[in-house]
Design a protein around this ligand. Sequence first.
Ligand code: CA2
Length: 153
Amino acid sequence: MSRLIFILNGPNLNLLGKRQPHIYGHETMADVEAMCRAEAAKHNIEVRFHQTNREYEMIDWIHEARESAGGILINSAAFTHTSVAVLDALNTFDGPVIECHISQVHKREAFRHHSYVSMRADAVLAGFGTQGYVLGVQRLAFLINAAEKAAKK
Ligand code: CA2
């Protein structure tokens, strides 16, 4: 199994750390990327890290992950609650998918309680702040290692 993971971030997350720190904290996307890369390096995992405000770009990266990645960690932001297209793309990916939300979405508005992505995700992290990304990377590394071991048997 590939030791490359894709970490994909949806709309408005480029503003992380710059607005609404009471909800999303003070770290920026660049800080989150650095945290993910540091954690991945501990597990000998390579990272592609992307953020987009465009649904088609998110879908294209999921298609790219099909060809090369051992797992996906995704914070699809508002697309989580609206996008059948992102769900359809994730359903074409064979490896583990972990959904991550910085905030505890179930404590927030009712429209954030439903996630299309959760219909595909193997695990969901919500409310861990940006630490959730680190936990997601750890879990993907564990699953990739387990799959490698199983393949050797
Ligand atoms: O909690 C999360 O990570 C969310 O995925 C964030 C999305 C929201 O639509 C989801 O319901 C939950 C919003 C991302 C917007 O990010 C911003 C960050 C800072 C300032 C403004 C927006």
